[in-house]
Design a protein around this ligand. Structure first.
Ligand code: SF4
Ligand code: SF4
Length: 310
């Protein structure tokens, strides 16, 4: 039985995925809940479906058999069959009727509203794996601090079940959200991408002042902190940038490790389905093992444990 008195079971939020049996996002075997909505626009983002806080409809052209059913059922007249089955996003109210009537799964609804209690019941199915492996629940995004009230109640619910909790955050959020959520988690995975404000704005769409200020605050109020650094060509894949990040991270409290994550383009195919543009060059070189090892040594030279994540 869930101990319902410990949290607001009716608090509602928007998620877009639940992934089970992850071993990379916190200790043990983990179930990851992805929350929708992110104020950042990283050019390399591998989850573009996380960026909008709204529920969205995606269209996969290669699965479409041109039956025209979606056009017949759309009450807003938002779909046109011009070979690309374009959805007019201004007309579409995300009712989902087209998805329900698309039997080839060319149309897919991204995101759903869920109450804390319903989510905890879904997570409960994995509790035996949490217990046996020392794992737990990881909340990711999107930027989960954008749904701070919802996240706080999930964390309280997880705590009442005795599950370990991990948060993945960009730290781009209001101070009140940080203070409401961070102390409730057992582990925080915090992205630090660049210390130069202009470069940050150019590649991510927002400056880094709030992020760096929040990072310091998070490091003081979190139990354990892992810093994650995505290594991105033409952005921070150079000694000067990595040294500056290491120098900043060295000033933080409670950092148990730094994880380096090499750029990949695995999410690029999702952009087309959302009628979004993937802004990284298609022929961009992925950082080599030698470069990643060089950067690992930079963090180690600052007396920090550093791991290259696969
Ligand atoms: S979600 Fe609803 S409004 Fe949007 S395209 Fe589909 S049927 Fe039309
Ligand atoms: S209902 Fe699905 S398969 Fe049929 S035209 Fe629309 S998107 Fe294509």
């Amino acid at each position: 039985m869930l101990r319902e008195d410990k949290y607001n079971k009716n608090k509602e939020g928007t998620i877009f995925d639940i992934q089970r049996f992850s071993i990379n996002d916190g200790p043990g075997i983990r179930t990851i809940v992805f929350l929708k909505g992110c104020p950042l626009k990283c050019k390399w983002c591998s989850n573009p479906e996380s960026q909008s806080k709204d529920i969205q409809i995606t269209f996969n052209k290669s699965s479409c058999i041109n039956c025209g059913k979606c056009i017949d059922v759309c009450p807003q007249g938002a779909i046109s069959l011009d070979g690309n089955n374009k959805i007019d996003r201004d007309k579409c109210d995300n009712c989902g009727l087209c998805v329900d009537n698309c039997y080839s799964n060319a149309l897919v609804k991204i995101g759903r509203k869920i109450k804390v209690e319903e989510l905890l019941q879904e997570l409960k199915k994995d509790s035996v794996h949490f217990r046996r492996s020392g794992g737990g629940v990881t909340l990711s995004g999107g930027e989960l601090l954008g749904q701070a009230d919802f996240v706080a109640e999930i964390l309280k619910g997880c705590k009442s079940m005795g599950w370990h909790t991990t948060l993945e955050t960009t730290a781009f959020a209001k101070k009140e959200a940080v203070e409401k959520v961070i102390p409730l988690a057992d582990l925080v995975l915090l992205d630090i991408k660049h210390t130069n404000n202009d470069i940050h704005i150019n590649h991510i769409g927002v400056g880094n002042k709030i992020i760096l200020e929040n990072a310091k605050h998070i490091s003081m109020i979190s139990k354990e902190l892992i810093i994650r650094v995505p290594v991105i060509p033409h952005f921070n894949c150079d000694n000067e940038s990595i040294n500056a990040i290491a120098s900043f991270v060295k000033t933080l409290e409670n950092v148990i490790r730094v994880d380096l994550l090499a750029y990949h383009n695995l999410g690029s195919s999702k952009y087309q389905n959302l009628e979004m543009k993937y802004e990284m060059d298609s022929d961009i070189a992925i950082p080599t093992d030698n470069i990643m090892n060089e950067f690992k040594e930079v963090f180690e030279s600052f007396d920090m444990k550093c791991v290259i994540e696969g």
